[in-house]
Design a protein around this ligand. Structure first.
Ligand SMILES: [Zn+2]
Ligand SMILES: [Zn+2]
Ligand SMILES: [Zn+2]
Length: 150
């Protein structure tokens, strides 16, 4: 059984090369977020024959096809790639501890339709990124117990 991402590649007319399949495996094993540096390192350890350039080309191709999107948390040097599930990806980032909180239900249908009509654009997906401070980071007591445990 092919997953949706493999079908997306086939539909767009791309061959399932070793590099494409390996990079996809690495991305999927992370359930969502992985930096380009970590993708490189993993691919090198599983299939050393796949060169860096072909890993980067594959990441660019997957981005074009809407399978992943790059996001930049702290630095523009190493993007963190997120997987797009059926065109959606949503999370809140705690700006203090940098944790991600994923959520499924985005309620974006009305806005999407509205944008398609007013801008005359066929929308294929969205990446929603919210920023905030999580309960652990807001709560000074929790911080103290955490410090004691260390
Ligand atoms: Zn959504
Ligand atoms: Zn996410
Ligand atoms: Zn936090």
């Amino acid at each position: 059984m092919d997953g949706p991402h493999i079908q997306r590649l086939k539909q767009a007319g791309y061959r399932l090369t070793q590099a494409r399949l390996t990079v996809l495996d690495v991305l999927e094993s992370e359930h969502g977020h992985i930096t380009s540096a970590d993708v490189l390192e993993r691919v090198e350890s599983i299939k050393p024959a796949i060169g860096r350039a072909s890993v980067f080309r594959t990441l660019d191709l997957f981005t074009q096809l809407g399978i992943i999107r790059p996001t930049y948390i702290d630095t523009s040097l190493t993007p963190t790639y997120v997987m797009m599930h059926g065109g959606h990806h949503h999370h809140v980032i705690c700006t203090a501890c940098k944790r991600f909180f994923e959520f499924d239900d985005c309620g974006m249908e009305a806005l999407t339709r509205n944008l398609e009509e007013t801008l005359d654009i066929r929308i294929s997906g969205h990446l929603l990124e919210f920023y905030g401070v999580c309960a652990d980071c807001l709560e000074p007591a929790a911080e103290e117990t955490k410090a004691e445990r260390l």
